[in-house]
Design a protein. Structure first.
Length: 238
């Protein structure tokens, strides 16, 4: 089993082996800190218990999380304002937020046009969408996409020790730079920052596979940087 603790330990090894490498979540967290300020109103979309934004509750003016499963989490919320709701029908007035964050959510959108339209609606002019999501053009994601969704969810539970009940279906309809540029443009959001981030830990079930994954990443990274497994981006409302 390759749970999150084991993956994080492997990522630390990658950082030691490759000076300057930053995992995608480190990139996302650093960019998040860039945009949070005392006057900011932040919405974390599909936030789970809210752990990725809890550190900013004392900095931003408002931090609100919304998740369709908010009424059913076993663990307590990590932020004070967490509500149940759907990304395609956000229960907020127009131009409410300066920043909408979205971590590991875009791959689950069945109707990404509707979600992007809602994000743009609730953002103020100049507001930003910050996201982290898998890249559908990566070989690991290809392997996942080959599996029927029900089987893929069971495999994710068995391999990565994630609760199946809260593994949403995956569609990968907003999971390439091209997809995101198109969706953003249709909603009035323009790309401001974008990074493709590699991560050789997803198939590293043992030491031999970890070393093999490192080699594969090195072989494909230079000629195909746009095939790295994670996408981190910022899109700005005009």
């Amino acid at each position: 089993m390759l749970d999150l603790n084991k993956q994080e330990a492997l990522r630390r090894r990658v950082m030691a082996l490759q000076p300057g490498y930053r995992p995608a979540l480190a990139v996302y967290s650093a960019w998040l800190a860039d945009y949070v300020h005392a006057d900011a109103a932040l919405l974390d979309l599909g936030c789970g218990p809210g752990g990725l934004v809890k550190a900013h509750e004392g900095t931003a003016r408002h931090v609100i999380g919304i998740d369709r499963y908010a009424d059913h989490f076993d663990e307590p919320a990590e932020i004070s304002a967490l509500i149940a709701g759907d990304s395609e029908n956000l229960p907020f007035a127009d131009a409410t937020f300066d920043l909408v964050t979205c971590s590991w959510v875009l791959e689950h959108l069945a109707a990404p046009h509707a979600c992007f339209s809602e994000i743009a609606r609730v953002l103020r002019p100049g507001g930003r969408l910050l996201f982290i999501t898998p890249n559908k053009n990566n070989y690991v994601v290809w392997l996942r996409r080959l599996l029927p969704d029900r089987l893929g969810r069971r495999a994710t539970k068995a391999i990565y020790a994630r609760a199946e009940d809260f593994i949403n279906p995956t569609y990968y309809r907003a999971n390439s730079q091209h997809d995101l540029d198109r969706l953003g443009a249709a909603a009035g959001l323009a790309r401001e920052r974008f990074e493709f981030v590699s991560d050789p830990t997803y198939l590293a079930f043992n030491e031999a596979l970890f070393r093999a994954s490192l080699l594969i990443e090195r072989v494909i990274d230079r000629p195909f940087p746009a095939a790295r497994v994670h996408l981190v981006g910022v899109y700005r409302k005009g």
